[in-house]
Write a protein that binds this ligand. Structure first.
Ligand code: 6GU
Length: 243
């Protein structure tokens, strides 16, 4: 998989050469290119933003540098261009899985009040565009979001994780999906007055599985009740009586 990042803060993306993606790069599984969008400006001040048409606060990222970047990078219909923006669709494990099947992803990291809409309109004519948000809060720019998306995607690549089983069991994926993970413990059995739940020491695998399932339900109910409720889309609203 080849990953390109368009940003005005390339240093923000240096963690890519560390940690998990770093190993994937060393193993040849990943090719990573970070680009300074200012490299595609032509004025003395390397201007990447301007005031918004119609007025309003803040600055908007100019279209030309992004257009030239897409031209030079040679994006095509098989490429996903990901625009990180708080106005995007929510990032989920399902979306991570979809992106993990791509040969190539270009991340366009917005700053200021966003990127000129025509960059997105143009990008849709040359590649597969996704606008993605990593949550309902506002960051200063899309770089940290691009890092989060990258880590979620890259760890799904075949041959990346040492242990495929640990992928299947965890929160938001695999069997029992939609539930949060159960709490985990390791030795010692007692630590600072806190005991490991005795069931985990019982050797009774059926009881352990039942206890873990119960813990997952309880945690999910407390922390993420939205994950337990059937989605509105799953309800046949035509047969729901009006009240
Ligand atoms: Cl993708 N970008 C910014 N700037 N803020 C965010 C975000 C993205 N996702 C959540 N907040």
């Amino acid at each position: 998989m080849r990953l390109d990042y368009l940003t005005i803060f390339p240093d923000y993306l240096t963690p890519l050469s560390l940690s998990l993606p770093g190993k994937a790069i060393d193993s040849g599984l990943l090719e990573v290119h970070v680009h300074d969008v200012r490299g595609w400006t032509h004025d003395r001040h390397r201007t990447v933003d301007d005031t918004p048409y119609g007025g309003g606060a803040g600055m908007v990222m100019k279209p030309e540098p992004f257009g030239e970047a897409f031209d030079e990078l040679g994006v095509d219909r098989g490429t996903a261009i990901v625009f990180t923006t708080p106005s995007g669709e929510p990032f989920t494990q399902a979306l991570a899985t979809e992106l993990a099947s791509r040969e190539r992803i270009v991340f366009a990291c917005g700053r200021y009040e966003g990127i000129d809409q025509r960059v997105l309109d143009h990008a849709r004519t040359v590649a597969d565009v996704r606008e993605i948000s990593i949550g309902d809060y506002v960051l200063n720019g899309g770089e940290v979001a691009a890092l989060a998306i990258t880590e979620a995607v890259v760890r799904l690549l075949p041959g990346f994780m040492g242990n495929a089983a640990s992928l299947a069991e965890e929160s938001h994926s695999g069997e029992g999906s939609g539930l949060l993970e159960y709490p985990v413990y390791t030795k010692p059995a007692t630590w600072r007055g806190h005991d490991v739940p005795p069931v985990l020491l019982s050797g009774d695998h059926a009881r352990i599985a039942a206890w873990r399932h119960e813990q997952r339900l309880q945690r999910t109910a407390e922390r993420r009740p939205d994950l337990l409720h059937v989605s509105s889309a799953a309800i046949d609203w035509d047969v729901v009586p009006a009240t």
